[in-house]
Design a binder for this molecule. Structure first.
Ligand code: GLC
Length: 707
């Protein structure tokens, strides 16, 4: 690629560092008297020097744009087509927060794999995924796109997605380049308000928030996207500490860096650049390779080089990385790679893919409460109430290629299975039901209450200050109680919610947004065809006042060790327990699982040894089921204060009725290590405590000594 770089003019080099939406390549530029082309000071020459394109709707559109582009590009350097394929392309999988609830690496990897097959058949070469932002504030709209609050889960599932997308062979049709995002710490926006300030310590960044990005890079992702927020007062998009010191020097990342949408230009709004020219200089100095959607680079870099205000080598380094990526993707051999209209028609939403997303959905739902009402019997008369009684909008945010219209509603599926549905009518509040409706509801044995948030109440720019159930939805549960009917709440939501006012329900099934086969999966779970196995990847607070609340909290100097009878001067609230309503790692099953016999292979461990931890898991019911054994570590004395317990390993185990097994984990020094604020990985000798089990409210405990 160095030979090609030598042939390029400065304008052509700078063009490679710009990413635009397809609009600019399709519009009739002569007629564009006003609008974005003028606002961005673009013209035909600049547009057709761009290096990559954001989004494309179909293989036909991709071929048309690439063909037009190559006809105007002197050196025939093809465009990279990038897009947001977050949890599916045409076959939509559960949203990432739901996929994380499956605690199943293979489920996450399969979702990425199928997404890549479908998206690449439309000519997409790279996806802006995984979103590896660690989250602790449920008010944030983008919790829905995350893998939750655990560094280990975020790291494991980011890795699974990169492997699913790339398959270690980017030239191969059906594979996508993976761009991990948003670097860094975007999930820590203050107040959970999107695009707000982030104020993190380097210690928290390295030990917690970096886990997913680092894991994606170690898994070979080819790009990383900078975050809208700042770190230590400097916008991430021009933050040299992050983009050079951490990314290049510490992590030896050799892929490309790309800004978020307009985030280079927004350095001006952050109050750090005077104008676009300043922003361009700061971006290239920091190591930003591609500018997405804004035009600071294309409009100012040439002047900055000619005035010797920036070093041309910085541009050459960036452009070389971009050309190398195009080579890795095989675009010089085949600029139309992947765009196969016939495949686009046959492969997408094929039975195999729909079956995969249904499996993912059944594993991603979390049973939060059940008085034995679930599973239902097919003879029970059903009434479906609430705002989502007839909804097909189960794809969730970031799924616009997925068409909710193709999805079945809960009502559709129940009727198709000849379930006796005596009433089904969506309503935002009870007042919308007539006396006649109420009479018909009284005939039912079970009230299915389809409650939660609309699809567009989570996702980018959709944070909430009040995360209660919207409107008067709790009244549906109270209404069921007045009728002395069993109420089963089916929650659809993109974040943890405050659920303290629906705990009188007989059962609560957290279904998030489960994608294309949501209703089919929910019905399988309701009738015991599938047995719930999901566990929460984020804590559900009792009240807004507890936020932020997360499982891997530090002990503090005055720990509240007795929630029911707290002492006076300890870290507590006067009006609430410290614990969440539903904790991280919690989820019920129709089976009755029991953990016992936590054993360690030794009580002392040398640092180059390994230690085997084993526990007996028994299914004490006749119902086949799947459980998740979780291993948490406590490090009571270390160089810095460590979480009371931190998830270091987990495994999903399926057992037949009345079956018993022993689950073992081999721990090495790696699992005992943690990051200091300089990013170094350290381990301290001394006592370690292990908390192991399938329910965070009742874990077995044992300890050992590291020499
Ligand atoms: C958006 C999002 C980012 C997405 C990008 C391209 O603003 O922050 O996650 O990948 O723009 O659509």
């Amino acid at each position: 690629m160095k030979e090609l770089l030598k042939k390029m003019t400065l304008k052509e080099k700078i063009g490679q560092m710009m990413q635009l939406s397809p609009f600019f390549f399709i519009a009739d530029l002569e007629k564009e008297a006003a609008g974005p082309i003028r606002e961005l000071d673009l013209n035909q020459e600049k547009i057709f020097s761009a290096g990559s394109i954001l989004g494309v709707g179909s293989s036909e559109e991709m071929v048309a744009v690439q063909k037009k582009y190559l006809s105007k590009n002197r050196l025939g350097i093809p465009l990279i087509f990038m897009a947001d394929i977050i949890h599916g392309y045409k076959t939509i999988f559960p949203v990432p927060l739901a996929l994380a609830s499956s605690w199943n690496r293979e489920v996450v990897k399969t979702a990425a794999r199928i997404s890549a097959i479908e998206a690449s058949s439309s000519g997409i070469h790279m996806t802006f995924s995984p979103m590896a932002d660690l989250v602790r504030d449920p008010r944030w709209g983008r919790c829905v796109e995350s893998f939750g609050e655990s560094p280990l889960l975020v790291a494991e599932f980011s890795k699974a997605m990169v492997e699913g997308y790339q398959q270690n062979d980017l030239k191969k049709t059906g594979n996508l380049g993976s761009c991990v995002k948003h670097f860094a710490g975007y999930g820590a926006v203050e107040g959970g308000r999107d695009y707000n300030t982030v104020d993190l310590s380097l210690q928290t960044l390295h030990s917690t928030h970096f886990a997913g990005y680092r894991s994606a890079i170690e898994s070979g992702c080819v790009a990383i996207m900078t975050a809208f927020n700042l770190f230590e007062g400097v916008p991430c998009t021009i933050n040299k500490d992050l983009l050079q010191k951490v990314l290049r020097d510490q992590w030896h990342f050799s892929g490309i860096t790309i800004s978020d949408y307009d985030s280079l230009h927004e350095v001006i709004s952050h109050g750090v650049a005077e104008n676009s020219k300043d922003a361009a200089a700061m971006g290239i100095e920091a190591g930003l390779d591609i500018e997405m959607a804004s035009t600071c680079y294309i409009n100012h870099l040439e002047t900055l080089v000619n005035n010797h205000q920036i070093d041309l080598n910085l541009i050459d380094e960036a452009v070389l990385r971009i050309l190398e990526l195009k080579k890795q993707l095989g675009l010089f051999e085949n600029p139309y790679k992947g765009a196969i209209p016939s495949a686009e028609q046959t492969m997408v939403r094929c039975p195999e893919f729909l079956s995969a997303t249904k499996k993912a959905a059944t594993e991603s739902a979390v049973l939060l409460q059940n008085d034995g009402t679930l599973p239902l019997s097919t003879s029970q008369k059903i009434a479906i109430l609430g705002p989502y009684a007839a909804s097909t909008k189960t794809n969730g945010p970031w799924s616009w290629h997925g068409y909710n219209d193709n999805n079945a509603s809960l009502n559709d599926v129940l009727l198709s299975r000849k379930i006796p549905v005596v009433f089904s009518k969506p309503a935002d509040s009870l007042e919308e039901y007539t006396d006649h409706d109420i009479d018909r509801i009284r005939q039912a044995d079970i009230l299915l209450l389809a409650l939660g948030e609309p699809e567009n109440w989570s996702g980018e720019a959709h944070s909430r200050a009040d995360i209660s159930l919207p409107g008067k939805q709790a009244s549906f549960v109270e209404f069921a109680a007045t009728l002395n009917k069993k109420a089963v709440v089916l929650l659809q939501n993109g974040r943890p919610l405050i659920l303290d006012n629906i705990l009188c329900a007989s059962a609560i099934l957290e279904t998030w947004f489960l994608g294309s086969m949501a209703s089919e999966a929910i019905c399988d779970l309701l009738y015991g065809i599938a047995n719930p196995s999901g566990k929460l990847p984020m804590s559900f607070p009792r009240s807004h006042g507890q936020i932020p609340i997360y499982y891997n909290a530090l002990q503090t100097g005055r720990p509240n060790t007795n929630e029911t009878h707290p002492q006076e001067y300890v870290s507590k609230y006067l009006d609430s327990p410290n614990s969440p309503l539903f904790p991280f790692g919690y989820g019920l099953s129709y089976s009755t699982f029991h953990c016992s016999n936590l054993c360690l292979s030794a009580k002392r461990m040398k640092e180059n040894d390994s230690l085997v931890v084993s526990i007996t898991l028994e299914n004490q019911s006749p119902i086949d089921g799947t459980d998740v054994i979780q291993v948490y570590l406590g490090d009571p004395v270390a160089r810095i204060s460590r979480p009371v317990r931190e998830l270091i390993a987990f495994r999903k185990i399926s057992l037949k009725g009345n079956e018993k097994t022993t689950v073992s984990f081999e721990l090495t020094k790696k699992e005992l290590s943690y990051r200091l604020k300089d990013g170094s990985l350290v381990t301290d000798p001394g006592k370690f405590i292990l908390y192991v089990g399938d329910d965070p409210n009742q874990l077995l405990q044992n300890d050992f000594f590291l020499e």
